[in-house]
Design a protein around this ligand. Structure first.
Ligand code: NAP
Length: 348
């Protein structure tokens, strides 16, 4: 450890006041957690927001969270100090923690999610054990690199197994969806995107002109899965990146080809079990593989970083806006209101 280490940090912590209109996070100055022999101190340069952050801050998360925890799980930063037993990271490396810090290989029996079971990353300094950290690609700037751990790894896991020329249905124009669109395009997949907004779909078409993006407005077309079937000559898509949850899952299965995959990523719609009346018959009839996605392992994150370094995909075109760190509360509200197309990032 060559440089004097900072001893205190600025972090946002949740207020746990879920009343609409009240601040959801509060800036605090606190001691930086001590550095263990296998610990790594990271100076955070960017944190990107996910729907989950706004949902937890507003009390909507279905799983327990630590009181007044630090929100967010998507960060990119620079290693500024390492414990004496750290082997794989050095000062100056670019690094990010994985979002479920106990999911190293995918075979672990326990879980610990950042910003829920433990503190997240919305702070200027964070400390993690080296085995919970991945090296980030060097070709991306901090803002773009911050999309990788949650939105990126989730999109990567949701698209696993796809082959060039296959068709993917991507729901919505949120962060995971836009990352999935970028990966799908790089992988040579045909993309059908849905949105509740014609304006957002038009923006997408202009942004991704070639090959032409196929689109469906799910709000105007309650039977949107029929439109998706039409776009695939009645056969259905090979894979769905499913974010709607109970109101969309069965329809997604109905427009998936026989033997195709539905990657269940999100649960944005109102939870209503009556929507599942046809679940089993459709699942069996269409022989759909229903695959739960819960971000991914450290291995997945390392694989994604390798794929990005190999393809050099840029993500500047899916950044909705960049806010200063100090405006975290405003940024969380923006995501809560669903105003973004793509990602909202806080820069430090
Ligand atoms: N399982 C995991 O590991 C994992 C990881 C990350 C996120 N997630 C989940 O994935 C979902 C999306 O996350 P995100 O961060 O990408 O959210 P986001 O950036 O807030 O985007 C949400 C977008 O989804 C679309 N949407 C909303 N309701 C919908 C519905 N009923 N049917 C279809 N599309 C709908 C909307 O797009 P339009 O405005 O264009 O209609 C909305 O803008 C959330 O439920 C989140 O909790 C899960």
């Amino acid at each position: 450890m060559s440089q004097p280490q900072p001893t205190s940090r600025q972090a946002f912590r949740r207020t746990d006041d879920h009343t609409p209109g009240t601040p959801k996070v509060k800036l605090v100055t606190e001691a930086i957690p001590p550095l263990s022999p296998s610990g790594v101190l990271i100076k955070v340069h960017a944190v990107s927001l996910n729907y989950r952050d706004a949902n937890i801050a507003n009390g909507g998360n279905p799983w327990p969270v630590v009181p007044h925890g630090i929100p967010c799980n998507d960060a990119a930063g620079e290693v500024v100090a390492v414990g004496e037993r750290v082997k794989n990271l050095a000062i100056g490396d670019r690094a990010a923690p994985i979002v479920d810090t106990e999911n190293i290989t995918g075979r672990e029996k326990t879980r610990s999610w950042l910003a829920a079971d433990e503190d997240g990353v919305l702070a200027d300094y964070i400390v993690f054990d080296e085995h919970k950290l991945c090296k980030l690609p060097t070709y991306l700037d901090w803002v773009q690199a911050s999309l990788i751990p949650c939105a990126g790894v989730t999109a990567w896991a949701a698209l696993k197994g796809m082959e060039i020329g296959q068709t993917v249905l991507i729901q919505g124009t949120g962060g995971v969806a836009m990352f999935a669109l970028k990966l799908a395009r790089a992988a040579g997949l045909k993309v059908i995107m849905t949105s509740s907004s014609d304006a957002k779909l038009q923006k997408m078409k202009e942004q991704f002109p070639s090959p032409p993006l196929l689109t469906v407005n799910y709000s105007k077309n309650p039977e949107w899965h029929e439109e998706v079937l039409k776009l695939t000559d009645g056969a259905g898509v090979d894979i769905v990146v499913e974010v709607g949850g109970s109101s969309t899952l069965v329809k997604s299965m109905k427009c998936t080809r026989r033997g195709g995959i539905v990657s269940q990523v999100g649960y944005l719609s109102k939870q209503d079990t009556s929507e599942f009346a046809e679940l089993l018959s459709v699942l069996i009839d269409r022989r759909v593989i229903l695959r739960g996605i819960n971000a991914g392992s450290k291995q997945d994150q390392d694989d994604l970083c390798d794929a990005l370094s190999a393809t050099q995909i840029k993500f500047d075109d899916i950044i909705d806006s960049v806010y200063p760190f100090e405006k975290a509360d405003e940024a969380i509200e923006y995501v809560w209101q669903g105003k973004q197309v793509g990602k909202l990032v806080l820069r430090l």
